[in-house]
Design a protein around this ligand. Structure first.
Ligand code: 8GT
Length: 134
């Protein structure tokens, strides 16, 4: 089974809310809410790839020093196994915009449980609640 490496980020605002982004129509898992990020391309370090994805998807600039590793997801999908480290980030430049997603929203960590998210993401929620509160 092929392992796909994806770098993802929980952006956290001053009220300890987390940004989630809705996957657009036409893509796998369309309509589900995910953490911004994407596949790590050959030759890229994971942090570089995450910074690139945050710029492409949200239009923000993130410094590597502002990324802190939090946890990871390991999940077997039908055609690949996803290994997805999750960083958290509280500082960035610019204002988030849905450049590639259908919508964005800021949610309290405990409310992530009420959202339709990819199956890989469920184990990411408790560490976020532990860190940020409900
Ligand atoms: N960014 C992100 N991807 C996630 C999350 N959960 C999860 O299962 N994934 C999976 O990780 C992969 C992310 O790849 P991607 O976003 O770069 O690629 P994609 O499916 O849009 O397709 P692409 O091949 O056209 O780039 C997808 O298979 C996606 O379903 C998540 O919270 N954030």
């Amino acid at each position: 089974m092929k392992i796909t490496l994806v770098a993802a980020c929980a952006l956290v605002d001053a009220d300890n809310r987390v940004l989630v982004a809705q996957r657009p129509e036409g893509k796998a898992l369309a309509g589900l809410w995910e953490f911004p990020g994407g596949k790590i391309e050959p030759g890229e370090r994971p942090e570089e790839s995450l910074i690139r994805e945050l710029r492409e998807e949200l239009g923000i600039t993130v410094k590597e020093a502002c990324l802190a590793p939090l946890t990871f997801a390991s999940h077997g999908y039908e055609t690949f196994h996803l290994l997805m480290p999750l960083w958290i980030c509280r500082r960035w430049e610019g204002r988030v915009e849905a450049l590639e997603h259908a919508a964005l929203k800021w949610v309290r960590p405990a409310r992530l449980r009420d959202l339709a998210m990819p199956p890989a993401d469920a184990p990411l929620i408790p560490p976020l609640i532990d860190l940020l509160g409900p």
